[in-house]
Design a protein around this ligand. Sequence first.
Ligand SMILES: [Zn+2]
Length: 225
Amino acid sequence: MSVDVASTALINATKGRELIGAFVNSAKLDEKMVLPQLEWLIGFHPMNRYTEIEYFVVRKGQYGRTLLVCAKKHTANQRLVGVAEGEDNVAEHEVSYVKCLRGRFGKVDSKVEVSRDIRMLFRRATTSSQWHKDQTTRLFAESQLCALCAATGKLEIDHVIPFKNILADYLKSKALSLDNICYKKTGELYSQGVDITADWVNYHNKTAVYRLLCRKCNARTACES
Ligand SMILES: [Zn+2]
């Protein structure tokens, strides 16, 4: 038994809900399953971070509800919200696949919050790149002065072309909007199921020019742009 959630059959959250719901209702109770595609999908859960899944299983819950459950290894310091304690150091959690589908299709309740998260993830993708680290090291090695007012002291990395313009140009060049970008909590950005993270970072790193600014100048240029 498997469920083909990553395929073209899963075209939207409603369809996905039907597909997984049907799978859950037809699955054999208490039979452990390895479902890589479902594991991929639940990476989109907007709050929880599911990692290292041991197996999926369908259980009968309270009031005769059929529950899709995943089991993951837990460590002592992880907060457990599971429905049941399974075998040795494995905890079972109900999978809220509807939320995962919403995450996958960019339909989480607060649109504003999601858009902020997505912008933050676009930024984080670039700052975790080797290019960013190299540029930062180079700039600090070259100068200890603000590029605008020559102040010394605490200096910050600033985009000469504002970051938001680079992002807007990138999205425009790919005919994308923030509304149809999805993301995983691990930070990867998706458009229509395709991971665009590397493509974006490559675009950013080819376009961006960094400089060092003091806090005052950085705050001022951020307000102006
Ligand atoms: Zn300055």
